[in-house]
Write a protein that binds this ligand. Structure first.
Ligand code: ZN
Length: 197
């Protein structure tokens, strides 16, 4: 006998508490913030914003990793006058040495000297990395730049983005680095971990 039954299914979706309380928007959450027995789900934009508040108040609180110290580079916003035209390689390099410090172990945290080969080499490695970002990282990077007021086209902005991610969301930074190396990703960066399976 053929009959018709009604099937109701419930899908659990984790939405950002920040967006929800702001204007009721249901934005997919990518991160969970836990404090004591309270917990909030946050989208990338809100997690960037709130971790900045916390980092301002409490310091970064996490061990350095790879590009970590580069976040301590001076927070100089790109000049807005230059935003109409793409920065040239020379402009990009000049901006880079003003914002990013030496990443070599023996010189860690020291200013980069614009005239040196070491500075050129570090910059060109990072410039190539920015040019070949996988889509997922690029999307996150663009959102982060918008939230932080950085120029997405400048190599230094991406180094600061990676440094921020290493300091605050090391599992995502790890996934970016692995995706770029073409390795199988230990975390599925497209599906938030807090999401119900
Ligand atoms: Zn949000």
């Amino acid at each position: 006998m053929r009959t018709t039954v009604q099937v109701i299914s419930y899908v659990e979706k984790v939405v950002c508490d920040g967006c929800l309380s702001k204007d009721g928007t249901q934005t997919e959450a990518t991160e969970t913030l836990n404090l004591g027995d309270r917990s909030w789900d946050l989208c990338l934009e809100h997690s960037v914003r709130f971790s900045r508040y916390l980092a301002d108040a409490l310091g970064s609180g996490l061990p350095d990793e790879e590009t970590g110290p580069e976040t301590e580079a001076e927070d100089v916003d790109a000049p807005s006058a230059a935003e109409s035209e793409d920065p040239t390689a020379d402009e990009d390099f000049a901006d880079y040495v003003s914002r990013i410090t030496d990443s070599r172990k023996a010189f860690k945290g020291k200013p980069l000297k614009a005239g040196t080969q070491a500075a050129q080499a570090q910059w060109s490695k990072h410039r190539e990395r920015l040019a070949s970002l996988p889509d997922k990282e690029r999307a996150d990077y663009v959102k982060w730049c918008a939230a932080e007021g950085k120029d997405v086209r400048l190599t230094a902005s991406h180094v600061e983005f990676r440094g921020f991610m290493w300091a605050n969301f090391p599992h995502m930074a790890r996934a970016y680095a692995d995706a770029m190396r073409g390795r199988p990703q230990p975390h599925q960066i497209n599906s938030p971990e807090g999401q119900a399976a």
